[in-house]
Design a protein around this ligand. Sequence first.
Ligand code: ZN
Length: 505
Amino acid sequence: MSRSSETLFDQVCRHARQTSLLRSIEDVLGWDEQTKMPAAGAEHRAEQMALLAGMIHQRRIDPDYGARLAELAEGPLAADLYSDAGATIRRLKRDFDKKAKLPVRLVEELARTTILAQSAWLKARAEDDYASFAPLLEKVFDLKREEADALGGGACRYDALLDDYEPEMRTEDMAAVLSALRAELVPLVEAIVASGRRPDRSILTRGFPIDRQKALGRELAEMIGYDLARGRLDTTGHPFCTTLGPNDCRIAIRYHERDLGSAVFGVLHEAGHGIYEQGLRTDQYGLPLGEAASLGLHESQSRLWENLVGRSRAFWQFAYPKVQSHFPDALADVSLDDFHFAVNDVRPSLVRVEADEVTYNLHILVRFELEQALLDGHLTVADAPAAWNQKYRDYLGIVPPSDAGGILQDIHWSAGLVGYFPTYALGNLYAAQIFAQAEKELGPLAAAMAAGRLRPLRDWLTANVYRQGRRCSAGKLVERLTGRPVSHDALIQDLRTKYEPLYRL
Ligand code: ZN
């Protein structure tokens, strides 16, 4: 077909797919940077990334493309609420309108400032010197405020930023569901601490040769359905999952000889993200129906496989003998029950990324509440460390001895990721609600997991979640699928069912 005979819809899709192709080149460079690139290559890589980022932004706000989209959005294709084409047009139009509101100057200034802020953050964290980072953090929040105003989030600035990660989610609704969660979690954590029961965590730190851990990692990833023929498992400093193309979704994790849990739950988590990506429609690659609905929904899939499957006793009934066969010296004398208790150790700690599944959401609450206050100007950057420590005391009963182990622990704010944190907690809520619905439709899953039969669950998720792409918002998808809006109920129910017997509450 010649260009001239292409329909308007085809032209718009070609433009959007080519933008996605460029984005995937950015992702190839990003994967290389995090797995293979020598540190000396960083400067040249930053130049490559900046050039690509500029090209991608230009394509996204291209006026011809915008005009074609506007024409399509008025036409009959877009009005069809059920067709793929209608959903595609509506989503592309929404993306365009949002990006087009951002002045190029602001996009560039944010890029420059966050690069500087990230290196200031790295140094401040290493030297436990919050004051040296504070001016850049202030600059980042100033720019994010400007961004929120440009996007016009209505009465609430945070709405505009949250929408980047969780489209159509409102701050008010997010806050309501998270504070209901907090009201249940704080006393649950207190009861667990007061129980005096503690698993023997030392069984996970006995010494596990890295090459055996790598073999186990591949086995576990494949066991839950991550397809290594369309992916890879590599080693990195910070675990991640990235998609480079319709048949190329890669995961990477880290290994520590004296911490088996890091690799085991790292791989289950990242493979969970990978299973979502590998379950997307390849015929829609580069278009909204071939993309994940939101960060919260993405995280729900990593958490579902990591926690609801991967920390269940049923799963380990099947998988633990395989772990033992990899590490006969370390684990021959460790029972299934002791292993299961050790991987479900709950205790308040200071570091989010090392938190267990019960206390984890309280770490998120602290960040969610503080970043809203910083954005609104209710809290100054100078007062933020004290506010951080107070919230840790209130929610977790512990106080960081230093800012390095407190407010300086996460990269997000320095990278301009404001509004990102709550999607982690939302992922846990979505996961529990989706898993409960799967059990309602498929029947209890414990017996299947104990037999290593995970295919029915994966197929159900593929049909009901993955292949829906971005047809509607994640919140709507979960509501339609489970019959109710997202709430804390299913997660609290799961946590009680598991932890009350473990800690004899
Ligand atoms: Zn994740």
